[in-house]
Design a protein around this ligand. Structure first.
Ligand SMILES: Cc1ncc(COP(=O)(O)O)c(C=O)c1O
Length: 174
């Protein structure tokens, strides 16, 4: 197993210097609201102090600078997830918006009555409700793969549900 330098990584996050009830803060609610490392805090502060303007909607200097920064972030994300093109990187405000976007564009255009969408019993509401709504709109059927007492996906059950009618699989991953 690779060594994960937790103490070194903690130093990047100033909020982790906080003590809660006299104990060093341990924060596990990242999917809901991620704490920010210094690199992010400093960049946001720098942008508001020096570059902030309309992205893609102005020809003045600050707008061009903001647009360049915005697009270079898209390129960094592309490289990080090894996508072929920056055209594949769509920046949204969060998970719920992203999943609704896929459901209401790709899903609405491609799903027919009887098609199946497969999720698991461990999904957050943001990965359940958009599919329930899409099923109501298209006549598709939502299938839910079960988890065991330890909260782990039962892979054999998942495989049984993955069939010829499955058009879309949406599962949490970390
Ligand atoms: C585990 C998990 N997944 C997804 C979400 C939804 O994220 P967002 O607020 O970005 O829509 C949350 C939000 O609380 C969450 O805790």
């Amino acid at each position: 197993m690779t060594h994960f330098p937790v103490e070194k990584i903690r130093l990047d996050f100033p909020i982790l210097e906080e003590k809660i009830r006299n104990k060093p803060l341990v924060y596990l609610d990242n999917a809901a609201s991620c704490q920010k490392p210094n690199a992010v805090i400093d960049t946001i502060s720098h942008v508001y102090r020096h570059d902030y303007a309309n992205v893609h909607r102005g020809v003045h200097t600050l707008s061009v600078r903001s647009t360049d920064k915005f697009e270079s972030a898209r390129e960094k994300i592309r490289a990080f997830i090894n996508a072929d093109s920056t055209k594949e990187i769509i920046i949204t405000k969060g998970t719920t918006e992203s999943i609704n976007l896929v459901a209401q564009t790709y899903g609405k255009a491609n799903l027919k009555p009887g098609d199946e969408i497969l999720i698991t019993a461990m999904e957050h509401h943001s990965n359940i409700v958009p599919w329930q709504m899409l099923c109501e709109q298209t006549g598709a059927i939502l299938k839910v793969a079960p988890i065991n007492q330890q909260g782990e996906l039962i892979v054999t059950e998942f495989e049984k549900l993955l069939g010829d009618k499955t058009r879309l699989v949406a599962v949490v991953h970390m």
